[in-house]
Design a protein around this ligand. Sequence first.
Ligand code: C5P
Length: 227
Amino acid sequence: MQLCVALDLPTKEENLDLIHKIKDYPVWLKVGLRSYIRDGEEFLKDIKKINPDFKIFLDLKLYDIPNTMADAAESIMGLGVDMFNVHASAGKRAMKEVMERLSCYENRPIVLAVTALTSFNEDEFNNVYGSSIAQKADQFAKDAHESGLDGVVCSAYESASIKNITDKSFMSLTPGIRPFGEDAGDQQRVADVAFAKSAHVDFIVVGRPIYNSKNPAEVVQKILEQI
Ligand code: C5P
């Protein structure tokens, strides 16, 4: 299992300051919508300047018509990131087109599909998708697997079932991790590191419990020890 630190701070300077504090740890860094829209490709280069070994997950959750998604995936290819994601609810045709477009590249990034956002509770999810989270997450995972993606973004509670119905090597990345019982914030389906490990999660994403702490490096160290 690997740790992915979410860089969701209000300014680029604060994100860079956090990266400097944790630069000696073997972690992935997650660049999300806020940072990428504001700081762009330059920010990705700044990260690699601090430590070229950092792996970068570009969390833009693509959702559009198949051709537009494939075009975007090809542009992402040019950024040199190690992982990015799309929404499974964009459909199999869109996911297949993304993978087809990337198939001619030797070193393509890992591509994951978002199943159910971890901020949804059952009622909210049902309102949008007309299904229970567990049922739909399984179906989205199957769709992503059949479309040739490498794995899914899901909650730690869905990871085991998804691996059962797809493949053990089909990856799961789980946000909503509160390593030591910290405040859940807007997340609904939170889990701790031990639970994620028992569910054979491949990547845990941790944001606020790290960057809101007085000593982010210490929290990272503690999480890595548990992993
Ligand atoms: O601060 P926290 O640890 O809750 O951060 C979780 C991160 O994971 C945020 O950047 C959020 O956008 C992202 N994420 C999520 N749920 C998903 C996909 C991504 O919380 N399903």
